[in-house]
Design a protein around this ligand. Structure first.
Ligand code: MRU
Length: 355
């Protein structure tokens, strides 16, 4: 197995140690930092489904690693049979979480590699897919740093920035998307402070964003989700920046539930609302956000915290994990290829393939 060079100062939720793939269990942070080892496609699929690993780019990376592990066990000398088995492996991984398009983007890239190399032997295809999975992992960090460079000029020195969920290093291979832009602004010497929404019910803001910004010594203040409006009305928020799980062709954005509420509030208070996402998050096959599948999660996430019951037994519960922010509420979309404003329909399709 190949290994990635490891810089221990950089937060990476997926790492390769002594020939083993390990993932940081994000369900247990910040109380415990537990790493699990993975060797099979089924184990990786379960890690994605149960949110050991989460965040759109990170589950794309994990899915590619799942394909690499899955194909290692395919026992055939026929490249065509190998490809058919590969499709079954991809189907297992695809079924884990529906909203973040980075997952299917990574699976399509792995399938495309195999499909365009069917003249190679099966051992060669297996090695090629290992390299492809590692390339997806390494490219993700580069993409995020590039996104940071493009987005950082939008953040003023002294800005107090509200973010929702975790679009940080933990949601990617490293560095982050929305938090990557914030990191880039800090690296450019700007005095930045972050207000992190707690992000009920899974608490990605309170547990993960707070943890990773504190670790990187970036000033961060935690609030409950229902406090954002009050802070905006008092002039305490200069801009909002979030990540995305899928962006439709017209610029409508699927992101963690509660993002839409923030965008409406930001509009009311004339506060810029930025979305930072790699082009692998843009899904030009969907005309608008109403076509994006929204994951519905277990009601227990709302009625309980660990084993503590918070709501009456038998209560009716809704738990959509994501919402859609209409493009008219989005000030700009920051990608690794540049920033798109206003005419998203034209701008997004152009930025996917820069001239
Ligand atoms: O349910 P999650 O934790 O996977 O949701 C994550 C988000 O909604 C993030 O904001 C999004 O994936 C962007 S991460 C760079």
């Amino acid at each position: 197995m190949s290994t990635c060079p490891i810089d221990n100062r950089v937060i990476r939720p997926i790492r390769f140690v002594a020939g083993q793939c390990q993932m940081l269990d994000q369900r247990l942070l910040p109380a415990e930092e537990v790493w699990h080892s993975y060797t099979t496609c089924q184990e990786v699929a379960e890690a994605i489904r149960t949110m050991v690993v989460r965040g759109a780019p990170a589950i794309g990376v994990a899915a590619a690693i799942g394909v690499w592990f899955g194909v290692r066990d395919i026992d055939t000398e026929s490249s065509w049979e190998f490809y058919q088995e590969l499709e079954k492996i991809c189907a297992i991984l695809l079924a884990t979480r529906p909203t973040a398009v980075n997952l299917s983007w990574a699976l399509e890239r792995m399938k495309h590699f195999a499909e365009s190399n069917l003249d190679r032997s099966v051992p060669e295809l297996k090695i090629g897919l290992e390299y492809e999975a590692l390339a997806i992992t390494q490219e993700d960090e580069k993409i995020n740093r590039q996104m940071g460079k493009h987005g950082e000029p939008l953040l003023a020195d002294g800005a107090r920035i509200l973010t929702h969920c975790n679009a940080g290093a933990l949601a990617t291979a490293a560095y982050g998307t929305a938090l990557g832009v914030i990191r880039a602004a800090v690296e450019a010497g700007k005095k930045i402070s972050v207000i992190a929404d707690e992000t009920r019910p899974f608490l990605q803001g309170g547990r993960l964003t707070a943890w990773e910004l504190q670790k990187d010594k970036i000033p961060v203040t935690l609030i409950c989700d229902n406090m954002a409006g009050a802070l905006m009305s008092k002039g305490e928020i200069d801009c909002v920046i979030v990540g995305a799980d899928r962006i439709a062709a017209n610029g409508d954005v699927a992101n963690k539930i509660g993002t839409y509420t923030l965008a409406v509030l930001a509009k009311e208070h004339n506060i810029p609302f930025y979305v930072a996402a790699p082009i692998s998050t843009i899904d030009l096959s969907l005309n608008d956000g109403s076509l994006i599948p929204i994951e519905q999660r277990d009601e227990r996430e709302i009625t309980h915290i660990k084993n503590i019951q918070l709501a009456p037994e038998g209560i009716s519960v809704r738990n959509p994990a994501f919402d859609i922010t209409p493009h008219r509420l989005v000030t700009a979309i920051i990608t690794e290829n540049g920033v798109v404003e206003d005419d998203y329909l034209t701008g997004l399709s152009q930025i996917i393939k820069p001239t």
